[in-house]
Design a binder for this molecule. Structure first.
Ligand code: ATP
Length: 288
């Protein structure tokens, strides 16, 4: 038996940091959604009680460090499952990009194994389990549009956002999420308009959505990486309605409702930027 799962990339429409908690985590509030740039996960039953990872990507580990491996292992431990699985990861989401690729692979593995092994674990329970692997995994289990609070694991689902094109651009540089959070000065934060964003999504108001995007980590990453600012400027001059960095970066995305503009933005970035993608905003769970 085998099952397939799509693992879509997430983008932050907002990312706010409220305060630093006694446990050293940051209390966040984020509105996140998905785009149709996705990894493809194939789960194949094994005769033996082991977890095997297979991936052609040079950038992800093929062993127990892989987040998909950790997801399968956690599921086996928690529910005492004596079964094995081969996890094939067809990687399309750029790695260490602020697009939660690893978290999405872990979440897709949880969803897929829930089906492969007929576990019937409710989505909320699966999302709570995912939080043990990483802060973004809970959101990725839902795979839709949501407000994520706490350290990212408290999920309140929203309807799909207004439909639009998303142009994603990732420069060649690695950004460490931990370092970005460490450099964040909580006294100098300009908080994004989270309530307005939620309202824009609920009322399907595209203009309001473009006015309400914001990410408090952006200034930190921009300071160390001027090329990220250059990408933002190119996107704006090419006609983007809104431009924002996702997560801790370095990927920057722009929004437009016109395909011709999306193409123009794409063309202005090719040659300047390592990886550029024109995709649709998804926001609702995708077909596997
Ligand atoms: P986030 O937005 O959640 O901070 P990210 O997009 O910045 O995530 P990922 O692509 O998830 O970052 O990768 C972060 C690290 O996780 C990389 O160093 C990578 O080697 C490791 N990793 C482990 N498993 C995976 C996986 N299945 N896919 C991608 N990266 C993985």
């Amino acid at each position: 038996m085998r099952v397939f799962e799509k693992a879509p990339a997430k983008i932050n429409l907002t990312l706010d940091v409220l305060y630093k908690r006694p446990d050293d985590y940051h209390e966040v509030e984020m509105v996140m959604t998905t785009v149709d740039l996705a990894d493809r996960i194939e789960l194949i039953e094994l005769e033996t009680d082991e977890i095997r990872i297979e991936s052609e990507s040079r950038f992800v580990p093929n062993d127990e460090r892989n987040l998909a491996y950790r997801a399968a292992n956690l599921l086996k431990d928690t529910y005492q499952i004596k079964k094995g699985v081969k996890i094939k990861i067809d990687k399309h989401i750029p790695v260490a990009a602020g697009l939660a690729g690893g978290s999405s692979d872990a979440a897709a593995t949880l969803r897929g194994l829930n089906r492969l092994w007929s576990l019937h674990i409710p989505r909320k329970e699966l999302a709570d389990l995912g939080a043990k692997i990483g802060s973004d995994v809970s959101f990725c289990v839902y795979n839709s549009t949501a407000v994520a609070a706490g350290r990212g694991e408290k999920i309140t689902e929203l309807p799909a956002p207004p439909s639009c094109w998303v142009v994603l651009a990732k420069p060649i540089l690695g950004v460490s999420t931990q370092t970005v959070y460490k450099q964040l000065n909580l006294d100098q934060i300009e908080h994004p308009k989270t309530r307005d964003m939620i309202d824009a999504i609920k009322t399907n108001d595209y203009e309001k959505m473009t006015r309400s995007i914001g990410n408090v980590l952006e200034t930190v990453t921009l300071k160390g990486h001027p090329e990220v600012q250059q990408i933002k400027e190119l996107m704006v001059t090419s006609g983007a309605d809104a431009v924002l960095m996702s997560g801790s970066g370095p990927t920057v995305y722009s929004l437009t409702q016109q395909e011709s503009r999306a193409d123009r933005i794409y063309n202005s970035l090719r040659g300047f930027c390592h990886e550029v993608y024109v995709v649709r905003m998804l926001g609702t769970p995708s077909e596997t």
